[in-house]
Design a protein around this ligand. Structure first.
Ligand code: ADP
Ligand code: MG
Length: 303
């Protein structure tokens, strides 16, 4: 798909730092109205991709279209139509949080005053403190309020809640949902699947500078296996067993795995064996995540 409903359209993006290739032919498409989760371990290339989108870095190769424009050439226009929240927000040390919100809002062609006030309250932000007095989490809140109070087409959020506590993370999830209800499109990066799970309509998973999977969470889950434990009345025939993977038969106790999309067939095959007990374990997010990330993932990423 391409055209006006693809707000972020990246194909074959390459970006190296010196001789280190941070992005090695990355493809990413974000369509209008969705929350697109951009998931990958630390160092995978999420921020580099986002910095190319923001016109802060120039691509070495590939094509990048943002809101139908060129992020490098059309930077002024584009920054009126989008808002960005980084994972580590720097603020002007002598400016109050409230002034920073207004300044950032002005750059984006204005702020919705009512929403601004409401967001300040919901995030329990004291806007009268100066930049240098804020903790990391509070600087983050200033940037989130400024972004969400602006009327923009696209929100680019790069690990935006890394400094927030769980209560505020929840507020963040609510306000992002409200933004999408207003028609805003969101690109949301994280190295933690759980942060994207409830918000993202689609996910793109990045590893070593490439998108390795893209789809809805259900799509991605469908590619993993479900585990079945059963107590059987009699031993299934060979044909039945061939349908399953990782089969263990111990007397009347049966366990196996099956593609998550084929559970119905599995039940039909097992029913004639006279089931007396049955448990079905859907693929855990953990196992999905590990499979997508591979085995060399730092433990932190699966928190
Ligand atoms: P992520 O945001 O997914 O954690 P980044 O895009 O920040 O990953 O980084 C991708 C890779 O590029 C990492 O190996 C990182 O060390 C490297 N990198 C990022 N920015 C620079 C830079 N300015 N100079 C050199 N290497 C960089
Ligand atoms: Mg990053």
């Amino acid at each position: 798909m391409s055209g006006p409903d693809v707000l972020v359209d990246i194909a074959g993006l390459v970006k190296s730092f010196g001789r280190f290739p941070a992005l090695r032919g990355l493809d990413l498409q974000v369509t209008r109205g969705e929350v697109h989760g951009f998931l990958g371990p630390n160092g995978a290339g999420k921020s580099t991709t986002i910095r190319v989108l923001l016109g802060l870095l120039r691509a070495d190769a590939g094509t990048v279209t943002l809101l139908g424009k060129d992020p490098w050439a059309d930077v002024v226009e584009l920054h009126r139509r989008l808002a960005y929240v980084p994972g580590d927000v720097s603020l002007w040390p002598g400016m109050t949080g409230g002034e920073a919100i207004d300044l950032l809002g002005a750059l984006r062609g204005g702020i919705d005053e009512r929403r601004r006030a409401e967001l300040v309250e919901r995030f329990e932000l004291d806007p009268t403190k100066r930049g240098r007095q804020y903790s990391k989490g509070n600087r983050q809140k200033v940037a989130i309020v400024a972004a969400l109070a602006s009327d923009v087409e696209l929100l680019i959020l790069d690990e935006p809640t890394s400094g927030l506590d769980p209560l505020m993370e929840k507020v963040f999830q609510e306000v992002v949902r409200e933004a999408t209800a207003r028609g805003t499109t969101v690109l949301l990066s994280s190295h933690i699947l759980a942060e994207l799970e409830s918000l993202a309509d689609r996910l793109s998973i990045i590893r070593d500078g490439r998108v390795v999977q893209s789809g809805t969470l259900a799509d991605l889950r469908g590619q993993t296996h479900t585990t079945i434990h059963a107590t059987l009345g009699r031993t299934p025939d060979r044909e039945t067993l061939a349908f399953f993977h990782d089969v263990h038969l111990d007397g009347d106790r049966f366990s196996a795995t099956v593609e998550s999309t084929r559970i119905g067939e599995a039940m039909t095959l097992l029913a004639p064996t006279g089931l007396t007990s049955l448990t079905v374990e859907p693929p855990s997010l953990e196992s999905l995540f590990l499979r997508l990330y591979g085995d060399d993932t730092p433990a932190e990423a699966t928190r």
